[in-house]
Design a protein around this ligand. Structure first.
Ligand SMILES: Cc1cc2nc3c(=O)[nH]c(=O)nc-3n(C[C@H](O)[C@H](O)[C@H](O)COP(=O)(O)OP(=O)(O)OC[C@H]3O[C@@H](n4cnc5c(N)ncnc54)[C@H](O)[C@@H]3O)c2cc1C
Length: 480
């Protein structure tokens, strides 16, 4: 029997797992996907929010500001990419300027450092590509960008190194309380645990409602994006937001931490919690925004779009995070309603949850907790001499597999053999960026498959895009 089972290996579940791995306990993360970050954590804006947007006094505001502060330290400790590029909310008329004052007041109440309103001249000096209609902007210097997969991967790997077990492709179907413990019925048998942490993203209401009479409700709020090539990634330095609306922070234009540019996300409530397809109508809306966005004076060329994608926010009816021991279900903990800024807040959610669970179970801290981790070795970050030295020692680092992102065989082999190593094409992509570039894996797919097949000693027909039945090839043409 486990002490704790965490449902969901998104960024929330992984951060909780990492914080709990500081204690002496027997813990497991159960995930229906084949990898960490296979739900909402893989499809979002990747913005490190500073915290001016959340309602003062809410748990969301508190955890956003705390999470922001923690992320910069964690990025060094666990070696994942972040950039403090700042955030701008741009007002294009006097009415919108009034809204900036409100946001500034909120920022002060939430304790966000350094937020101020910039004049038109100041902001245009900072971002010359802003529209001529710009009147003023709210500037938050602690805004940043992050690689969302790598945050979850880093936290998950570190939790695993510190003893937390991960069970992938394991779907929780039912939860029962029996003889003072919880039984989780899964597609791979029953798992018993003293304590459950529900970090199931858009499905967190389903599990909460299985054990509690006080029901909660989560709506999937879809956000679609257009992602552009790195050649237009320099349009803006900061993440550029419009003045927010009723449905959220609005459609922004921002650089990613890797130097691409995106326009999005939209916000539409959907019934289907698996609906991560992109839709023609919405893409048309985004295309129009990109061509004539009121935030940018430069037209963004549509032939630079490399892909579109969508993510689902776990919007809880009261629009706040729920991080609690469920009042009428002892030993059952929720991390529910973790919508934006959930990515930014996740390290703080991890700390808060670990404190609650460790106090409840009277856990003792362990000695020998490994706090640091090294990410996948990136030859591009080395000097020419260092890279040559590396290639001499291991020629796989001289063999380019993904030409768009210049990813080597050495990086892919590293991604496969590290803790919680990659087993599918998407998991290679998330760890190394092979397949993320302009050609969207057109060139590197067969070569990456060959490496996976060789390293995992499996047949090419067993290689999947993302686990389950998502096989890429069915056999050799001449044998069919
Ligand atoms: C469009 C959009 C933009 C966003 N932008 C930002 C941003 O810029 N900055 C920011 O801070 N936040 C942002 N967010 C929010 C952020 O992405 C989420 O808050 C965060 O990823 C939620 O992580 P999670 O781990 O709670 O959920 P998820 O990542 O969805 O993880 C839940 C996991 O539970 C698993 N699961 C579900 N049911 C079961 C089951 N029955 N059995 C086993 N496993 C199960 C799922 O497979 C999934 O992996 C955005 C979200 C969206 C959708």
């Amino acid at each position: 029997m486990y002490d704790v089972v965490i449902i969901g290996a998104g960024v929330t579940g992984c951060c909780i797992a990492r914080e709990l791995s500081r204690y002496q306990l027997n813990a497991c993360v159960v995930e229906k996907g084949d990898d960490v970050a296979s739900g909402t954590s893989k499809a979002n804006s990747g913005v490190i929010h500073s915290g001016f947007d959340a309602k003062p006094g809410s748990l969301m505001a508190k955890l956003n500001v705390e999470g922001n502060a923690l992320l910069w330290k964690l990025a060094e400790e666990l070696d994942f990419p972040v950039k403090k590029n700042g955030a701008l909310v741009v007002a294009t008329d006097e009415e919108e300027v009034k809204h900036l004052e409100l946001l500034l007041d909120q920022a002060r109440q939430n304790g966000v450092p350094g937020v101020r309103i910039l004049s038109r001249e100041e902001v245009m000096n900072m971002e010359p590509n802003l529209t001529d209609k710009t009147v003023a902007a709210l500037y938050a210097p602690t805004g940043g960008v992050i690689d969302p997969f790598n945050l979850a991967i880093a936290m998950g790997e570190n939790a695993n190194v510190n003893g937390v077990e991960f069970r992938f492709e394991t779907e929780v179907l039912q939860i029962r309380k029996k003889n003072g413990k919880y039984e989780l019925e899964t597609n791979h048998g029953t798992i018993e645990t003293k304590c459950v942490v529900n970090a199931a993203g858009v499905y967190a209401d389903k599990f909460h409602n299985m054990v509690s009479e006080e029901k909660i409700h989560i709506t999937a709020r879809k956000g679609e994006y257009l992602l552009f090539d790195k050649t237009v990634g320099d349009l803006f330095t900061a993440s550029v937001f419009p003045v927010p609306g009723k449905m959220g922070k609005g459609i922004l234009i921002a650089p990613t931490v890797h130097g691409n540019l995106y326009v999005g996300p939209t916000a539409n409530d959907v019934e289907d919690k698996e609906s991560t397809n992109t839709t023609q109508d919405i893409l048309q809306v985004l295309t129009e925004k990109a061509k004539a966005n009121h935030l940018s004076k430069r037209v963004i060329p549509m032939n630079k779009v490399i892909t579109s994608f969508a993510g689902l926010r776990a919007h809880q009816d009261k629009h706040d995070f729920i991080v609690q021991e469920v009042p009428d279900a002892e030993y059952f903990f929720d991390a529910a309603g973790i919508e934006s800024p959930g990515l930014t807040s996740s390290p703080a959610i991890g700390v808060m949850m670990a404190k609650m669970v460790s106090e409840k179970l009277k856990l003792k801290e362990k000695t020998g907790f490994v706090s640091a981790r090294k990410g996948v070795l990136k030859p591009e970050k080395l000097t020419d001499e260092e890279r040559n030295e590396l290639i001499k020692k291991n020629p796989a680092y001289g063999n380019i597999i993904c030409r768009c992102e210049m990813i080597t065989e050495g990086e892919i082999v590293d991604a496969i053999h590290r803790p919680l190593g990659a087993k599918s094409m998407d998991s290679i992509k998330r760890r190394t960026r092979a397949g993320m570039g302009r050609c969207q894996a057109g060139f590197c797919t067969p070569r990456t498959m060959e490496i996976l097949s060789r390293e995992l000693r499996i047949d090419m027909t067993e290689i999947t895009k993302k686990g389950g039945g998502s096989r890429l090839v069915v056999g050799k043409t001449k044998e069919l």
